[in-house]
Design a protein around this ligand. Structure first.
Ligand code: KIV
Ligand code: ZN
Length: 522
């Protein structure tokens, strides 16, 4: 039986990066884009090129270097934006311009200050101009779900005539409910002349927690492209989570393929899902909540006795998808020193990591250090170690050579650090409100850097008192956020490493004079 593909349009690097606090460097974007290609997404929306030179450069580098997916550039419906998007994606083998303009009464009146005739004209001109850069043009009526149906039909008919090949129906503010979204897609499908020649796409925000449900209802009603992001990143409450969309389509093939000659599938290699989720979490600094569907730490954990008993008798009693299907081995699989180099490399491969000899050397040494401290090393630990070791490296301007923290009851904690830099080793001691605060104060003194600490979080990678701790810090200087990470079996050491990592990122970017991101209002 032939299958029908759902096009997976990943917008982690564009809508995802619009999440407050999620700013990625050009190299980090490239690293994510390469992984998205391995994951098998069909389209990567690489950026909003007109918004800053860094956005332009990131999109252009993705277009030039990432092979496989179509590379899309976002543009408002004006010549300047479209030209920037067109130039940025020019080197991609398969390229798309995604142009949009708001169509809801509220957006047209207050934001655009234009009437519907003017908006329609701009949309048509934008699509025609985009066609001069590529044949593959997507049009989005922004805030479609709060727009008048008759105007939606009119504008979509006009952009199809102008050459649009994909029609995206965004629920920009996450307002709509699944039943209503399905009805909008069905109405457009039956009432817009020429729509059968185009792909209908979903783009749903999660303000009411409906993004995935809405997208899937869209699919059920005829949409054949889903716009989504890894871990559901995106503006405000985020976008539809790619991993949830893909696993729902795969797990419920019976539902999506029902009364159809062709079952629905995607091109996603689901075994790369966990790895991609971890990478995006690490680079954006957005920790995945433990109870997150598919990729959360508890997604395959069974606690209640009756559940564990059921699982041991027959897995399918309480598990509708397997950890292996998203690239995790049986998540309780334990490694240790006895695993050996060969076993370690084998496990890395199973987790979807293709490491160079040098990366294997670094990560294996680190694994041995951790295995010495921690009796049981889980696959999640291995993924964390690898991601920490092979994360896009910035110059290690400062290195944490030594850390001692003293905690005494009824006294303020004190920390002493030794920081190595090209000027030599500098020692500093400081007091703080808590041990991490004391360590950070000492690091500030030893490095001479004093960025504002925006946020700090620590998570245990797996359970148990010897769990690997992964700290994430966000610091801010001159309006730009830098994210640092540190991993250790000691949480204070992980926190100190994360802080030094963030400072290194800040100093190396400032040294290179990289321009701060200009966030342009959409
Ligand atoms: O949410 C939205 O409407 C968007 C558009 C730019 C497609 O992100
Ligand atoms: Zn959006």
């Amino acid at each position: 039986m032939a299958e029908e593909k759902i096009i997976i349009f990943d917008t982690t690097l564009r809508d995802g990066e619009q999440a407050p606090g999620a700013s990625l460097s050009i190299t980090e974007k490239l690293e994510i884009a390469q992984q998205l290609a391995i994951l098998g997404v069909d389209v990567i929306e690489a950026g909003f090129s007109v918004s800053s030179p860094a956005q332009f450069e990131a999109t252009a580098r993705v277009a030039e270097q990432v092979i496989g997916p179509t590379i899309a550039g976002l543009a408002r419906a004006n010549e300047k934006d479209i030209e920037a998007a067109g130039k940025a994606i020019a080197k991609a083998k398969k390229r798309r311009i995604h142009t949009f303009i708001a169509t809801s009464p509220i957006h047209m009146k207050y934001k655009l200050k234009k009437n519907s005739d003017e908006v329609l004209k701009m949309a048509v001109e934008a699509v025609k101009y985009a066609k001069t850069f590529t044949n593959d043009v997507e049009f989005s009526p922004e805030d479609a779900c709060r727009s008048d149906m008759s105007f939606l039909i009119e504008i979509l008919t006009a952009v199809i005539e102008a050459g649009a090949t994909t029609l995206n129906i965004p629920d920009t503010v996450g307002y709509i409910l699944p039943y209503e979204y399905g009805r909008i897609i069905a109405q457009l499908k039956s009432n817009v002349p020429g729509i059968d020649k185009c792909i209908i796409s979903t783009h749903c925000h999660n303000d009411l927690g409906m993004a995935v449900a809405n997208s899937l209802t869209g699919v059920r009603n005829g949409a054949r492209q889903v716009e989504c992001t890894i871990n559901g990143l995106g503006e405000r409450a985020g976008n539809a989570a790619l991993e949830e969309i893909v696993m729902a389509i795969q797990t419920r093939a019976d539902f999506f393929g029902k009364d159809k000659a062709k079952p629905l599938t995607t091109n996603i290699n689901t075994k790369q899902i966990y790895k991609t989720s971890q990478l995006v979490s690490r680079l954006t600094g957005f920790v995945v909540q433990p109870n997150k569907a598919i990729v959360g730490a508890n997604a395959f954990a069974h606690e209640a006795g009756v559940h564990v008993d059921g699982i041991l008798k027959e897995r399918t009693t309480y598990e509708i998808i397997t950890p292996e299907s998203i690239g995790l081995g049986s998540s309780r699989m334990v490694l240790g020193r006895h695993t050996g180099r060969h076993g370690f490399v084998d496990r890395c491969k199973q987790l979807g990591f293709k490491l160079t000899e040098q990366e294997i050397e670094h990560t294996y040494q680190r694994f041995l250090e951790i295995a010495d401290k921690k009796k049981e090393v889980f696959e999640e630990d291995v993924a964390t170690i690898i991601n920490d070791e092979i994360r896009v490296v910035v110059e290690k301007i400062y290195e944490l050579e030594y850390l001692r923290v003293l905690i005494e009851t009824e006294k303020a904690p004190t920390a002493t650090v030794k920081i190595k830099s090209k000027e030599g080793i500098k020692e500093a001691s400081a007091e703080g409100d808590g041990p991490v605060d004391a360590a950070y104060e000492a690091i500030r003194e030893a490095t001479g850097q004093s960025p504002k600490l925006e946020s700090y979080s620590i998570k245990a990678v797996t359970g148990g008192k010897e769990a690997l701790g992964e700290a994430t810090v966000r610091i801010k200087q001159n309006g730009r956020t830098y994210i640092g990470r540190g991993v250790s079996t000691d949480i204070i050491e992980a926190s100190a490493k994360a802080y030094v990592d963030a400072i290194n990122r800040m100093v190396s970017i400032n040294d290179k004079g990289t321009e701060p991101e200009l966030k342009v209002e959409l």
